[in-house]
Write a protein that binds this ligand. Structure first.
Ligand code: C2O
Ligand code: CU
Ligand code: CU
Length: 500
């Protein structure tokens, strides 16, 4: 276990927080915490679990829901709830759903992390207009893992996700089932999103000029749409599928007693074995699967999952300490479970197989007001193909961050593997396995190995800070069946786009 990180040690010594304390003392301790972290109320709100999706229709509509107790807020929903219903799918199955758009603006669904044909990927041009529909049908080709879905309309992803449109898409397969990991009530999806508490206690997306730089950061963490969330747990083993569904907030997750968690999976499914970790950086759109063993706590004890303070880069409000969810150890374990020593086998991509290296420079665009963000000095243009790659080949993609901002870089249509980072000599467990989003820290250079699927089409590479994305930090790449792989070629539109 690596506990040598500065922030973690700093936290650990100031610690003792939360463990074995009565509820009233906890409230006091949190009241004295840094200004940006909200006092955890004595009681809190019992964690809600999103409903499971069933049926063939997913309706996008505005609804009303209590986000902050005592008031109700407009929320924008898929399937009538915030968070959106959890879709459960099996590897290899045919998935179909009809999106019905009852919003007053275009929307669509992007299946984040899934490799689907380009026309099914929720490309910003492929939307359902107000009152319209869009039919999705594809084969679930992914390994078991924690994926998610959200809208991806041109320049409106940030507000639609912020107002509530995001849900889990959990894929199951035989390999994972055979491991007998904690399931049912012991397999908890946790969608973490920071939100701004307005005076009216509502959700409101009110982007100001100053938000364009760092993104729309909130001051309260919601877990499955709830502030001050708590969960009664048994003194046993739980699996948490954690999604950072924030628009722009980077998390550094750790338990308040500084005890380790077992990391078993990342974006694209299970790792080869469990890894003991003291903290987990989780940037927007990334997921981790962790096991937490509450058997080391006595009944009546409490432990809190938090995001630790960290520094580096912009640091105005990014990197503030926040409480995420409190676990109240309420009763003895109802069954004994052991952690499998070996999890899954997966292919490791070999850098030697890469046919070329492409560089993506991430920069602040100081020429625009408010300031924006560019990739290779370009802003998104739907009609321009920025990179062409050859189907079935492997490449090294280099994300070079020359700014002081945090950029979670996401590639559509693929799962990739992280090769190296300039700021860390050795990859941390959170970088292992198959990934679709990689956290690029301020001034960091991160290399990933990407193998492109056989099916051609236009896909996106973008920053998953949704304000960065909406304001242009996104490029088109085309997977071609041909043999050229020419970069930065002229803007020849593929057939699908010419039809417009
Ligand atoms: Cu999660 Cu292009 O998105
Ligand atoms: Cu995606
Ligand atoms: Cu960014």
């Amino acid at each position: 276990m690596n506990l040598s990180r500065r922030g973690f040690l700093k936290y650990a010594t100031a610690s003792g927080l939360g463990i074995g304390l009565g509820a009233t003392r906890i409230a006091k301790l949190y009241a004295g915490a840094s200004a940006a972290s909200r006092p955890l109320s004595v009681v809190g709100n019992r964690l809600g679990i999103p409903p499971t999706f069933s049926g063939e229709t997913m309706v996008a509509a505005v609804g009303t829901q209590t986000v902050w107790p005592g008031s109700s807020s407009d929320v924008w929903t898929f399937g009538g709830s915030y968070p959106a219903p959890t879709i459960r799918a099996k590897h290899g199955e045919e998935f179909r759903v009809r999106l019905v758009n009852n919003l007053l603006e275009p929307t669509n669904i992007h299946w984040h992390g899934l490799t689907v044909p380009a026309a099914m990927d929720g490309y910003p041009r492929d939307v359902a207009g107000p009152g319209g529909t869009f039919e999705y049908a594809f084969t679930v080709a992914q390994r078991a893992g924690t994926y998610w879905y959200h809208p991806h309309p041109d320049m409106r992803t940030g507000p639609q996700v912020y107002m509530g449109m995001a849900g889990f898409l959990i894929v199951e397969d035989d390999e994972e089932r055979a491991l007998d990991l904690p399931g049912g009530n012991f397999d908890i999806p946790l969608m973490l999103q920071d939100r701004r508490l307005t005076p009216e206690r509502t959700l409101a997306y009110d982007l100001r000029d100053e938000d364009h730089l760092e993104g729309y950061l909130g001051d309260v963490m919601l877990a499955n749409g709830m502030p001050d969330a708590y969960l009664d747990v048994e003194a046993g083993l739980y699996r948490f599928r954690i999604l950072n569904g924030s628009n722009s907030r980077v998390l550094d997750l750790a338990l308040s007693d500084a005890s380790p968690m077992l990391l078993i999976g990342t974006d694209g499914g299970l790792l080869d074995r469990p890894y003991e970790v003291g903290y987990i950086y989780l940037a927007p759109a990334e997921r981790v699967d962790v096991l937490i063993d509450f058997s080391r706590f006595a009944i009546g004890q409490t432990v809190t999952l938090k995001s630790l303070a960290f520094s580096g880069g912009s640091g105005r409000v990014q990197g503030t300490e926040m409480s995420v969810i409190r676990f109240d150890v309420a009763r003895p374990a109802s069954s004994q479970r052991t952690v499998p020593a070996v999890l899954a086998t997966y292919e490791r991509l070999d850098p030697v197989s890469a046919v070329r290296t492409r560089k993506f420079t991430l920069r602040i665009d100081h020429t625009s007001t408010p300031e924006g963000h560019t990739i290779n000095d370009l802003k998104f243009d739907m009609a321009r193909i920025d990179e062409r790659v050859e189907a079935g080949t492997t490449e090294i993609w280099v994300f070079e961050n020359v700014s002081f901002l945090h950029h979670p870089m996401h590639i559509h249509g693929v799962q990739f593997q992280v090769l190296k980072r300039s700021l860390t000599p050795k990859l941390e467990p959170r970088d292992l396995g198959w990934k679709d989003t990689v956290y690029v820290r301020p001034y960091e250079v991160v290399e990933v190995l990407v193998r492109f699927p056989e099916s051609p089409g236009v896909f996106l590479v973008h920053c998953h800070n949704l304000e960065h994305e909406d304001h242009g930090m996104m490029l088109n790449f085309e997977i071609t069946a041909g043999s050229s792989g020419v970069s930065g070629g002229s803007a020849v539109l593929p057939e699908r786009m010419k039809l417009e």
